[in-house]
Every structure is written in C-alpha cells, then in structure tokens.
Design a protein around this ligand. Sequence first.
Ligand code: NAP
Ligand code: ZN
Ligand code: ZN
Length: 354
Amino acid sequence: MIKAIGYAATSTTAPLAPFSFERRDPTPQDVHIEILYCGVCHSDLHQVKGDWGRTSYPCVPGHEIVGRVVSVGSAVTKFKAGDIAAVGCMVDSCRVCPSCAEGVEQYCEKGATFTYNAPDKHTGGVTYGGYANSIVVDESFTLKVPANLDLAGAAPLLCAGITTYSPLRHWKVGAGQKVAVVGLGGLGHMGVKFARAFGAHVVVLTTSEKKKADALALGAHEAVLSTSKEEMKAHRNSFHFILDTVSAPHDVNALLGLLKRDGTLCQVGLPSEPIPVGVFNLVGQRRQFAGSSIGGIAETQEMLDFCGQHNIVCDIEKIDIQQVNEAYERLVRSDVKYRFVIDMASLQKEAGAR
Ligand code: NAP
Ligand code: ZN
Ligand code: ZN
C-alpha cells in the first residue's frame, strides 16, 4: 500500500482536516499520480455536509484532479512516469452494461465508481478523492491534458467543464439558438464559455447584480438579474435551451416560462430538496424538463481536446489546502470567481498529518 495524506471531513459538521490513509498498490492497469491541483466543486461541499444523505466518513473529496505520473503498471500504454495526467468524477464502472458499452459510463447500470465516497472494490472501503497528495487510478479512467493549457486552470474542466459541455452537445446547442445559463459559479462560467464557443446567443441569469459585468467578460451576450421580475419578463418564451447550474432550491417554474415551444430546461445543479414543477409550464408549450450527469470518459477527453484547440480554461482562484474550509464558506455565499483550485504543494505543510 502507498501512504497518502489528504484532507477529510469526519462528520457533517466537522471542518476538513489533515488525514492519513493508504492508496492501493498499483495493478498492471494502474497509473500512480502525484496530485498537483484539485478543483473545489460545490458537489464536494454537498457531500461533506451530507446534503444528499449518503456520505461515508471520513470523506476525502475532490474530483477535478491534475497531476504528474509517478509510475505506471506493466499494461499501461497511455502514460509513462513524468507525464501529466488528469482524473475526473469517476474511477471505474462495470464496463459491460449498455451505458458503459456506449461510452456513457456515468450512467452505468451497476453504478459508476465515483472518485470519492463510492464503494472501492480494491480496498473494500470507500474511494478517497483528490484533496490528497496522490491517487492510483485505472488507466481507462485517466485523461490527457493538452500541453498548451495551464494545469491549475485545466483542473476544473474535469467536472465543471464536462458537466456543462456534455448537455450543450447532447441538446445540440449552437448558432441560431438563444441559450440561458442560470447561476454564475464554477459550472455556470464554463457553460457560458462553451455555449459561446458553440456559436449560441448566451444569456446569464444571475442573482448577483455584481456578476453581470463578469458574465459579459466571460463571453455572455446579455446578463439578467433573475430576482428582477421586469428583467425576466423581457425574455419570456424566448430560449431554446436553459442550463440550470444552481446549487440551492430555487423557482424552476419562473425559468420554464422563459423557454420557447419545444425548448428544454436541463438541470445540472443538484439541490438536496425536490423541486416543484408546475405541469402547465411544461404542457402549454410542449417544454421539456431534463437532467444531465457529468460526461463519459471519451467525451471528457473530447472536451479537454476542444479546450486545447480553443484555449479554454477555467477562471480560478488558487488556494492552499489550509484555506479549504474558508473556500467552502465562500461557496455557500456564491462568492467564487469562478472556481477555487487547491495547489497541492501546500499539503507538504501537513507532514505530521494524523
Ligand atoms: P457554485 O460554484 O457554488 O455555483 C452555484 C451558483 O448558483 C452560485 O454561484 C449562484 O450564482 C447560484 N446560486 C446559489 N444559490 C442560489 C439560490 N439560492 N438561488 C439562485 N441561485 C443560486 O457551484 P458549482 O460547483 O457550479 O455547482 C453547482 C451545482 O451543480 C451543485 O449543486 C453541484 O452539486 C452540481 N453539480 C452537478 C453535476 C452533475 O453532474 N449534474 C456536476 C457537478 C456539480 P449567481 O450568484 O450567479 O446567482
Ligand atoms: Zn463536481
Ligand atoms: Zn456499466
């Protein structure tokens, strides 16, 4: 086993704190990665706080991982020691069900093995994520980062990037379409960049007046204060597609009313409470209320390559791991521009981790 240190939560109320654990000895298929950067996703916060009611403690979060390969197993072909490798939200799946066969492992019928807080067939415990100095991952679930991309800025592509890229591609968002991105946080700011790159007319719906200028700077054509009835009314029945990235309960019916006939509202945000939907808002204009989960491994690589070709990375605020609890408090207040990324070199200060 490989000794590892990271940051873990031990209960729904405990702050993240230094934690020592072990990674498995690499199999012939495995890549052993020294983690350089890990993004902070709002899902990490939901999980740590037990919002979704299914967290095992201790919980080491983190699924936006970029690092350097330390060593590879004898059957590994994609990487050699010293290469840059990335890991996203999944580290395994059944590989044989129809979803896995079609390359959408996130919808694996047996349940994909998520990067943290999932049953770990190798250790018999749960998987531990990227707020750590190393990880051991099957080559099939590792990704290549285009050489021109800043590594810290690329890390959040592994979740915030693919989670917005995938639905925009699935619903064929592009030129001639008007698209709303709801919530300008980690996911939302990437939704803006991709929708713009795909040629759509992009409108950000935000609760934060002060983010309007940022929305335009990130590539949106318009920014709307979603708490203003007047501003919202001007967009009634006008959107082909709405990407909802909001992390907390909110009024989805007000958003459905902004869709054109046959338009789709896709939920990627995961508030813990059920969201009431007025069926008249769907039936009246044959609108669709949909959802989407991250993206498959092949599509994640496609997204990374697209970012390489178009020089797209996330706008980040780099933090030391000792600042992660403060970063969580800021996430709760929607105060992030637009993704926190942990510089894992800061973990070296935790040499005495318990
Ligand atoms: P984030 O950076 O905190 O951004 C969320 C944004 O939502 C905030 O910046 C804020 O934007 C808006 N918001 C927050 N509370 C709100 C409220 N009460 N009413 C209206 N708007 C509100 O979070 P994130 O990392 O982008 O993640 C967003 C959500 O997606 C989380 O629930 C996360 O778990 C989920 N997620 C899902 C997937 C998936 O596969 N489907 C993958 C990753 C994350 P404004 O200030 O602009 O209003
Ligand atoms: Zn995430
Ligand atoms: Zn499967």
